[in-house]
Ligand binder design. Sequence first.
Ligand code: S3P
Length: 180
Amino acid sequence: MQPIFLVGFMCSGKSTLGVELARQMNLRFIDLDDYIEQRQGATIVELFARIGEARFREIETEALREVSRLHDVVISCGGGTPCHGSNMALMNRLGTTVWLTTGTERIVSRLCLPEHRVKRPATAGLTDEQITQMVHDTLSKREPYYSQAQLKFDSTRIETAEETIETAAQLKELLLAVGR
Ligand code: S3P
């Protein structure tokens, strides 16, 4: 089976849902950020500080090309992965792409939580107001890329373990219904 790529904004549930979807579909799960961190021996925040975003995006594209060759995997991308180079076209060619959507207010409230805020270069050190502004600005720039995904799925309901299991089951049904 070709890879399933989960794309969408930061905190839209790509990793949370990806782990559970992979479990329910008996597939391997790969978080692209974790994959990069392991290979580079540094966190994403450290990489941005050390090599800058432009070089990070090159490394991210290389990592995406590597994992795209795998079969029987669910891959959660970084929020910016589909928006650089021809990454979205690559994913659409080699696998099934799903855009996970979550309301803007929910994304903001999740990103403002300390544990989310500190692990992302786009939010570390920002105030709540600045995060709100960043989400609105960045989301509107990124939607043209996310909307190229083959499937769109509302991933809002992942606040509890039970919700995550149910939402992943719905996503699995959608994927099976379209023959993936
Ligand atoms: C990024 C999102 C992050 C990570 C990096 C850049 C972005 O992944 O790849 O901090 O540009 O949106 P998540 O979407 O998992 O937070």
